[in-house]
Design a protein around this ligand. Structure first.
Ligand code: 2GW
Ligand code: MN
Length: 298
């Protein structure tokens, strides 16, 4: 009987503890993958506890973004919102690749953050801009990033952050579940299926569908990922085939066979064209509507 009382006391105090840190727990979504990687949703973590842990380690995180040609107009919205909401209070180095360094607007950086503008060549085909990112990222990890940051995330530039994206995203290999595909059945997911492509995923395989707009992890893991994906892109090019969703297809192939250690829910990258279902409690980062491109002066 004494043991029972003891256990009950423990359970009760733990429940109070949990409740004080995570006021609303989630029962409506999958929070753990079958390979035991957490899936990060609002209401599944305490940012205070994570922040304290992260602070002690004095970690530096890098963000890689590309703004080539017309996409320079997204820089301002991306950078100002990221300065405010991306790992706020922690050291972040932004690596902004652009074909037009002179055209970069003045950006007021948060005191703990830094910005490097790195010139890149512009490709005539947009698919090549998107796909060459893997190659460029891996080459810069080798020559520079590995000495400057512990973790590295790649983010599309045509996005804005609206809520904090904090240290809950930090892990060895991290993918974000696509906001287009989170409910799709395996057969209808957008994987490349043509076996001639290096990105092909056999019928009946595949678990989550990840967006190439936001992924990352430790520098070492991101190096392996970007190398492997770029190899796939090149091999496809030699064979005269281009994967259905370009770099995103290769990313999905890689993450199927190298399971991410942490997944981010679609709250971390929500597509502006979609309406918000109930399970999306916060939209932390959203794409900017494509037709904004045609609006002068944004
Ligand atoms: C892209 C498409 C059509 C015309 C131009 C571009 C373009 C892209 C560009 O002119 N300049 C540029 O810098 N980019 C960069 O590539 C930029 O960083 C942008 O965020 C990224 C991906 O292109 P985006 O945002 O137009 O593609 P999404 O939002 O449809 O993204 C998905 O599909 C892409 C490939 O099809 C990528 O895999 C991307 O990561 C996916 O999320
Ligand atoms: Mn995009």
């Amino acid at each position: 009987e004494e043991i029972c009382v003891c256990l009950y006391e423990f359970y009760r105090s733990f429940k109070d503890y949990l409740h004080s840190h995570i006021p609303c727990r989630r029962r409506d979504v999958l929070v753990l993958t079958p390979w035991l990687a957490p899936i990060v949703w609002e209401g599944t973590f305490s940012r205070d506890i994570l922040n304290a842990q992260y602070m002690q380690k004095k970690l530096v995180t890098g963000v890689v973004t590309f703004a080539v040609k017309k996409y320079v107009q997204f820089i301002e919205g991306f950078m100002s919102s990221a300065n405010k909401y991306f790992l706020a209070g922690h050291q972040v180095i932004f690596y902004l690749f652009t074909d037009n360094p002179e055209q970069i607007p003045h950006i007021q950086m948060a005191p703990e953050n830094r910005l490097f503008v790195i010139p890149v060549q512009n490709h005539s085909r947009w698919q090549d801009i998107s796909m060459s990112r893997m190659d460029i990222i891996s080459r810069y990890i080798r020559s520079q990033f590995q000495y400057e940051v512990h973790y590295l995330y790649s983010i599309d530039v045509d996005v804005q952050l609206f809520e904090h994206i904090g240290v809950e995203i930090i892990d060895a290999l991290v993918g974000t579940i696509s906001s287009w595909q989170y409910t799709a059945r395996r057969e209808s997911k957008s994987y490349e299926t043509r076996t001639e492509s290096q990105a092909a995923i056999p019928k009946g395989e595949g678990d989550f569908y990840y967006t190439a707009s936001f992924y990352g992890g430790s520098v070492a893991e991101v190096y392996k990922l970007t190398r492997a994906c770029f190899k796939g892109v090149m091999k496809d090019r030699e064979n005269g085939i281009e994967a259905r969703w370009h770099d995103e297809s290769h990313l999905n192939k890689y993450l199927l066979y190298h399971k991410p250690t942490r997944l981010l829910s679609p709250e971390y990258y929500w597509d502006a064209e979609l309406s918000r279902p109930r399970i999306i409690q916060v939209k932390r980062m959203c794409s900017v509507h494509k037709n904004m491109l045609r609006t002068p002066g944004i």
